[in-house]
Design a protein around this ligand. Structure first.
Ligand code: AMP
Ligand code: TRP
Length: 326
């Protein structure tokens, strides 16, 4: 008899601010596409957000809002399990167990910790230990595939390292998960051409209001080529963003007009704004519907928490038995 379990897909997103189109194309869109391919579990990483958010009301509100926005973008709660991180507190127990085998040097090499310190965040133990909690998030569901943006790749490698450490020490306890990174949208640029990130203030939000979104698109940084000059699409943030949303023909058309000269950057920006506004229109509509039903999101999260707990409890029994607890 073949024991063919569905592939388990897991990812998380921090509720530390509003979602931008870098989050959408880098992580949410691929995660939504994967929900049809196996058992998907997607959570709102509120424990993780505690490393940077100090306002309890803001954390609660943002967690709800990120869940609403994710559903509005196409996550289907009939197919995927959607839940809050903190509804599965067993992950913190697993993080402790993993931390007892985690080499200091492995965590000291984590680039996201170093980046966060460089951006002025306080060096807390939680921030340092973040990859261990993330490993627990992944391993506690026997996850096969983890769709994330490129910046999270090292965290998945650390997860695998920790799983191997446990397996070598206590016998086969964990499955080794794999990162799934979208090659086509490895890094979505922000309006200054750097990686789009809420902490750099260069973000275009998925559900920003029309006036603000237009303003942000119109302020995309370009070189100072005059209208007549040919413009290299490869160096253009406008073109890169447009390519994420437009059809093949539309992309080819913008490329031709860029290379030919005669069109100014502001016209390309207007075209990008129109495309962006149209692309997210069905999601804005869905979001209004979700928001109009007050209990909907809480019901979805409660159902998700129940399923996530079932899996986590089973895996934790296995872990506790393996390491000698109970
Ligand atoms: P963050 O908002 O940094 O917690 O990111 C949430 C998810 O979105 C992660 O999987 C990131 O890898 C992904 N992501 C964030 N910013 C970008 C970007 N500019 N390009 C591609 N993916 C991104
Ligand atoms: N660290 C991820 C981020 O900042 C969020 C996250 C937490 C996550 N736990 C996870 C992603 C587990 C995938 C799997 O974007």
């Amino acid at each position: 008899m073949t024991d063919k379990k569905p592939m388990r897909i897991l990812s998380g997103i921090q509720p530390s601010g509003v979602l931008h189109i870098g989050n959408y194309f880098g992580m949410m869109k691929p995660a939504i596409a994967l929900q049809a391919e196996g058992e998907a579990l997607y959570f709102i990483a509120d424990y993780h957000a505690l490393t940077s958010v100090r306002d309890p009301e803001a954390l609660r509100e943002n967690s709800r809002r990120v869940a609403v926005d994710f559903l509005a973008c196409g996550l289907d709660p009939e197919r995927a399990t959607v839940f809050r991180h903190s509804d599965v507190p067993q992950v913190t127990e697993l993080a402790w167990i993993l931390s007892t085998v985690a080499p200091m040097g492995l965590l000291e090499r984590a680039t996201s910790y170093k980046d966060k310190l460089a951006r002025g965040m306080a060096a807390t133990v939680g921030l340092f230990n973040y990859p261990v909690l993330m490993a627990a998030d992944i391993l506690i569901y026997d996850s096969d595939i983890v769709p994330v943006g490129k910046d999270q790749k090292q965290h998945i490698e650390i997860t695998r390292d920790l799983a191997v450490k446990i397996n070598e020490t206590f016998g086969h306890v964990f499955k080794l998960p794999e990162a799934r990174i979208q090659a086509a949208t490895e890094t979505v640029p922000g309006i200054d051409g750097q990686k789009m990130s809420k902490s750099y203030g260069n973000n275009i939000d998925i559900f920003g209001d029309e006036k603000d979104t237009r303003k942000r698109v119109m302020s995309i940084v370009t070189d100072s080529s005059p209208v007549d000059a040919p413009k290299d699409p490869a160096n253009s943030t406008i073109f890169k963003l447009y390519s994420l949303m437009a059809s093949k023909n539309e992309i080819a058309d913008m490329r031709d007009r860029s290379l030919k000269g005669g069109t100014g950057y502001s016209d390309f920006k207007k075209q990008l704004f129109e495309k962006l506004w149209e692309y997210f229109a069905p999601m804005r509509k869905r979001r209004e519907e979700i928001l109009s039903d007050k209990s909907y999101i809480e019901d979805v999260l409660a159902r998700g928490a129940k399923r996530a707990n079932e899996i986590a409890d089973q895996v934790m029994q296995r872990v506790r038995a393996a390491v000698g607890l109970r």
